[in-house]
Design a protein around this ligand. Structure first.
Ligand code: GCB
Length: 615
């Protein structure tokens, strides 16, 4: 199968063991061969595959001397080779391993994958890259017995140039994917979602001319409504190479020459430019060409900003009618990865009346933002700086920064994406605020045109003297990190983790920041099909009643600019063990993991219909 993609090539380093990566960015444009399909695999809980039969580590000093990466078979009856990919079982790639084999359901550790492929080039001077949408959590990649590199981080793309190593026929691509949780990792050891392992996103073989368009960014020039600014990054080009940008449907084109860094910059004015919005998700074809290379994508132009306590989209106040989403197909109990999965998830959000989704708690696959672009759904994208992280560990910070910059690099041309979230529910401390501030700076440095946020927490108590209010009913938002974000955004679980339903009606608020107030989570567990009175926890009625009381309570908060209740679908979580009720699922979905809607779905839908009508 041929797929169109674009390559962005840049050297990125994290920690000592990660080598140069060529990152394939977010832009459809380039011819690629899919390497999706059935890959042979070996489960390796003891990491035996790192060693040859004499127990010598195979990649001492980066030199492969033995082990599974060599992908050998016995050549004669005396040969001692104790593995064989050819006769090993297969897993579907993309796909998590947990849902594909009962034996791997709870597995955390190493799995070795092997895929054979041919790679004939269409011209001798062409270059070749191998691209992975993501592998969770850590991947060592080998081609024809040579190590290409190691990627850390389970939700971001990575790529390696293989021009010198690839053969026309019979290449062996081997990956050791390991999903062990680590205290210094991002996320760390404790989360409330399933630790799906495997090569979870698309794998592509990409061919480019010797000099190619590595990346581009096209967006509305800040402060304008009809000027497009574009930057094109070439790879392998000399200074002065001609670069052309063309928006055929806008009747707009320009040509310029690259500078000494291979960068070409454009500014194009288009009076009457139709701006992208949920009501009119106008996408414009863009064709970029330079030398032998050319690529094609679709981009929308819009602005997003805050003014006082309002969020402005194209200069107009917008209320974010949102919902949180995990990257999971609940009805099949697996990771979501495809365009079809993205359409399914986002269509359900649309049906709920959403104009916004929070893609929690880590970068989702690229199809999500692309489909959101088409469907007119605004997105909040996030990195897995979740609960606790080693705030003072520079390697952990470098890891978080790389995940953030890879995400921004991938989705910078998506009009749907309006907010980068750098964290979720991180307990307040000086070290943590410093860590998060440095992520905010990173996000703003790479992209000053979107909002930067994080899901903060609330605390109980009085910020000022409030006679007559019980301290536990008075909620305070004064997290010092709130200084640095564009939204005052927080999660709250009044009526579920914090008291019962009655408490919702008694809640009062002190919010320190005069910024748009955004509630990034609230919710309650409900087992789909379990009916009782509204006082009975885990019933659909309790959850619906919590929504019925929470929405008007939030609506009273000055500056309330939107919310993303927790969550669209139930999702797998090993923390949720209540027999007969949870059974390994977080059941806060407004849709059950059987695909059936719960009563809260309509409560939220009606609230959003009122909000949409009130515009
Ligand atoms: C939260 C977390 C989310 C959990 C949720 C819950 O605050 O951000 O990841 O799944 O609460 O259900 O407890």
């Amino acid at each position: 199968m041929k797929i169109l993609y674009i390559i962005c090539s840049s050297a990125l380093f994290v920690g000592a063991d990660v080598r140069a990566e060529a990152v394939i960015a977010d832009v459809f444009a380039r011819q690629a061969t899919s390497l999706n399909g059935k890959w042979n695999y070996i489960v390796d809980p003891y990491d035996t595959g790192y060693f040859d039969y004499r127990r010598k580590p195979f990649d001492e000093d980066g030199k492969v001397t033995g082990g599974y990466a060599l992908d050998r078979q016995a050549r004669n009856k005396g040969d001692l080779i104790e593995y064989n990919f050819n006769t090993s079982p297969t897993l579907n790639v993309p796909g998590d391993w947990n849902s594909q084999s009962d034996k791997l359901f709870y597995y955390e550790g190493s799995v070795w994958y092997r895929r054979k492929f041919d790679a004939p080039k269409s011209a001798p001077e062409h270059r070749q890259f191998i691209y992975f949408g993501a592998a969770n959590y850590e991947a060592d990649v080998y081609l024809n017995g040579k190590k290409l590199g190691q990627h850390i981080g389970g939700f971001t793309p990575f790529a390696y140039e293989i021009t010198k190593l690839a053969k026309d026929k019979g290449n062996s691509l081997v990956l050791r994917v390991n999903n062990n949780r680590h205290a210094d990792a991002v996320p760390t050891v404790n989360t409330d979602w399933w630790n799906y392992g495997g090569i979870t996103r698309d794998v592509l073989l990409v061919e480019t001319p010797a000099s190619f368009i590595a990346n581009f960014r096209a967006r509305l020039k800040p402060g304008t409504s009809n000027i497009i600014e574009a930057t094109v990054q070439l790879d392998g080009a000399n200074r002065g190479q001609a670069v052309k940008i063309d928006f055929p449907s806008l009747n707009l084109a320009a040509e310029t020459a690259s500078d000494q860094d291979g960068i070409a910059r454009f500014e194009l004015s288009r009076p009457g430019l139709a701006l992208w919005s949920p009501e009119n998700p106008a996408l414009n074809e863009v064709v970029i060409s330079s030398g032998d290379d050319s690529l094609k994508d679709r981009v929308g132009f819009r602005s997003v900003a805050t003014s006082g306590q309002d969020i402005l989209l194209n200069g107009k106040k917008v209320f974010l009618r949102g919902i949180c989403i995990h990257e999971e197909v609940a009805t099949e109990g697996r990771r979501a990865w495809s365009e079809t999965d993205a359409r399914m998830l986002l269509s359900q959000a649309k049906e709920l009346g959403c104009n916004f989704v929070r893609l929690a708690h880590y970068p989702h696959n690229e199809h999500m933002a692309r489909v959101a672009d088409e469907m007119g759904i605004l997105c909040w994208e996030e990195i897995p700086v979740y609960w606790t992280i080693q705030w003072t560990n520079p390697v952990t910070l470098a890891n978080a920064k790389k995940q953030l910059s890879d995400l921004i690099g991938r989705d910078q041309n998506r009009a749907s994406v309006i907010a980068w979230s750098v964290a979720n529910e991180t307990p307040v401390s000086e070290a943590r605020t410093r860590f998060l501030k440095s992520l905010v700076d990173e996000a703003r440095g790479l992209d000053g045109t979107r909002l930067v946020s994080a899901a903060m927490e609330v605390r109980s108590g009085t910020m000022e003297n409030r006679p007559g209010t019980k301290p536990e009913n008075h909620k305070v938002v004064d997290d010092p990190f709130g200084e640095f974000t564009d939204l005052c955004s927080f999660n709250q679980y009044i009526g579920w983790y914090d008291g019962l339903l009655e408490k919702i009606d008694q809640t009062t608020w002190s919010i320190k920041y005069k910024k748009p107030v955004f509630i990034s989570e609230f919710g309650a567990d409900a087992k789909q099909g379990m009916h009782a009175d509204a006082q009975t926890r885990f019933s659909e009625e309790y959850q619906a009643e919590l929504y019925r009381r929470t929405l008007p309570m939030l609506d009273q908060i000055p500056g309330f600019s939107g919310c993303t209740p927790w969550i669209l679908f139930d999702f797998r979580s090993p923390r949720r063990v209540l027999p007969g009720i949870q059974d390994g699922w977080n059941i806060k979905g407004v849709i059950g993991h059987n695909g059936e809607k719960k009563r809260a779905f309509d409560v939220l839908k009606n609230f959003y219909a009122t909000k949409a009508a009130a515009k």
